[in-house]
Every structure is written in C-alpha cells, then in structure tokens.
Design a protein. Sequence first.
Length: 113
Amino acid sequence: MDKDNRKDRRQPMRYTAWVAAGPKQLYRCVVSDVSESGARIVVEDSSQIPNCFFLFLSPTGRARRACRVAWRNATQLGVKFEPSLAEAKRLDAAVHPSIAPAQDAESAAAETA
C-alpha cells in the first residue's frame, strides 16, 4: 500500500476551471481533487502549462488561486497554492534557477535606477 505524504487531506471533485498561462492564454482544465494547500488538475497537454500560473475557478477570473507546479505528467498537474503569483514565481526561480523567467523591461529598469 502506498503511503500518502500529503499534510492536508484531499477532497475528490470534478470542477471545470481555467489555467491562465499568460495574457489571453486560457486552457480549460478539470480540478479532480483539492486540499487547503493544493490541487490535482487534468489538462489536455501539460507541456503547454507554465510552472507558475493563476487557476481561474470562475469564468470571470474573480475567483482564482496562484499556483506553482509540484509535479506533472502528460495530462495532469499537481499544484501548490501560493499567496500570490509573484511568490510562486520567486519560489520557482529559487528551486529552478536555470529556468527562471526573464525579467520584463520595466522591472529591470526599476532595479538599475
């Protein structure tokens, strides 16, 4: 029998949501289980999904969670909920510095000023 190392209990569900991968880049997904700290989502192709994203829980995007990918396979992602997308990206860069996203011009200019 496999040991489950999760600290929070997962609740099975089947809920349609959307991954906001970037401006005007929404991918439909299904939340298959959720806990206080994360979720498992099912997507058509997980390679299209970035390591940090917003999970829109409503069509308007008002209900959302910042997520960081903990694991992935071809059609599923395990995600950890973060306090903000900026925090998710910061943590991802700390764990995977070689794949950290490039800074945008405005952020780079502010740091050099």
